[in-house]
Unconditional design. Structure first.
Length: 115
């Protein structure tokens, strides 16, 4: 059963990659809230992006992409996140790659407003 991906000399645990991507995006959006002197509550990246002030134009496409990584917040970490099996049984390299790509887009969006 494949639950990790070899990248050069590193072995990447796929479910952890998905969770870490969600966390990176969440922290980037919360950094933007802090710069704006606003409070940010919760862990749902799509909701956080939607709650940014109107002058921070967040494309609907970015919010939709955030929903993809929002789904990794709980099941990627908990052994009982699925009815049977463990997270390692369900996460794929494609999902990890997608999550990392989406997190990168959200981070770049936030960096553009943090300067």
């Amino acid at each position: 059963m494949l639950f990790c991906k070899q990248i050069g000399k590193y072995v990447i645990i796929l479910q952890w990659s998905c969770f870490a991507a969600q966390q990176a995006a969440e922290k980037a959006v919360k950094a933007l809230f802090q710069k704006l002197h606003l409070d940010a509550w919760g862990h749902t990246v799509s909701v956080l992006l939607s709650n940014l002030p109107a002058e921070i134009a967040v494309a609907e496409d970015l919010i939709e992409k955030a929903k993809v990584i929002d789904k990794h917040y709980i099941p990627a970490r908990y052994p009982n996140g699925f009815e049977t099996g463990a997270p390692t049984d369900f996460y794929t390299a494609g999902e990890a790659d997608t999550a990392i790509k989406i997190a990168g887009e959200i981070i770049e969006f936030c960096k553009g407003h943090l300067r």
